[in-house]
Design a protein around this ligand. Structure first.
Ligand code: SF4
Length: 245
């Protein structure tokens, strides 16, 4: 599964060294409510991505251990306790996975389960509003949670704990960004591309006809740009038959 490696490398290159970095420890995980919670405006300390500010989210999967070698949480910018007003925000997850088998059904289930985890993390006092269409992930943080000491380290540990409920995920690199000087436009563009690749990959894994012609397929622009998608659809043998590399 190397479809997303290019996006992981680009992200690493863009961000450079983090302000803070923590190794994952399950004991650090913030209390997870297991279900969504309503944080009212009057109880909110601030919103990540509020007041129309950037709020980017994307997830990349890879089986390249050199890209996601262990569980860690990275922070670029001020931590939650240091934010006094609505802030720009991005949360990026790199998921290290076991080599995904050639069995398409198993690969499909693996990817679907990862998507499932993404929408099933509910840190107390940290209300997420996710918009898959625009790749936005906005978060309202309660005053109570700030008082109790919520941090990206504890929220990140909650995420990683939930990701590890999926046995195919071997390691997680979770990145939080609040630094206003980061190029969020570049992150948004990348999130859009990652989303397109994920959608195309899901469609291929759901099962597209073997005899489908790329020339008349709506996914052609993505498959032309991202190496590996055509091979995922037609397999190595199919590619050879078509005379493609
Ligand atoms: S490989 Fe070709 S047919 Fe398959 S999804 Fe991509 S563009 Fe469509």
């Amino acid at each position: 599964m190397d479809l997303f490696n290019v996006f992981i490398n680009e992200t690493n290159e863009q961000l450079g060294a983090p302000k803070q970095k923590w190794a994952y420890n399950a004991r650090d995980a913030w209390k997870d409510l297991g279900t969504s919670e309503l944080v009212l405006m009057k109880d909110a300390a601030f919103e990540l991505g509020g007041s129309g500010k950037a709020a980017v989210n994307y997830t990349c999967v890879t089986d390249d251990k050199s890209l996601v070698s262990g569980d860690e949480i990275l922070l670029y910018g001020p931590d939650l306790k240091d934010l006094k007003a609505d802030s720009t925000f991005a949360r990026i997850a790199f998921l290290g996975v076991k080599e995904i088998s050639k069995d398409e059904q198993e690969a499909f289930n693996t990817i679907q389960n990862m998507e499932f985890v993404k929408y099933h993390v509910f840190p107390e006092g940290y209300m997420m509003r996710v918009s898959p269409e625009s790749n936005r992930e906005q978060v309202r943080v309660s005053k109570k949670a700030i008082k109790k000491g919520i941090s990206f380290k504890s929220v990140g540990a909650d995420y990683i704990k939930q990701y590890h409920s999926n046995p195919n995920i071997t390691a997680v690199k979770l990145i939080f960004i609040t630094d206003p000087s980061v190029d969020y436009k570049a992150l948004t563009e990348r999130a859009k591309k990652v989303n397109e690749v994920t959608k195309t990959m899901n469609k291929i894994l759901e099962g597209l006809p073997e005899n489908l012609d790329c020339a008349s397929c709506s996914f052609k622009p993505v498959c032309d740009e991202v190496e590996g998608l055509k091979e995922l659809h037609f397999g190595k043998e199919g590619m050879k038959k078509m005379g493609k590399k």
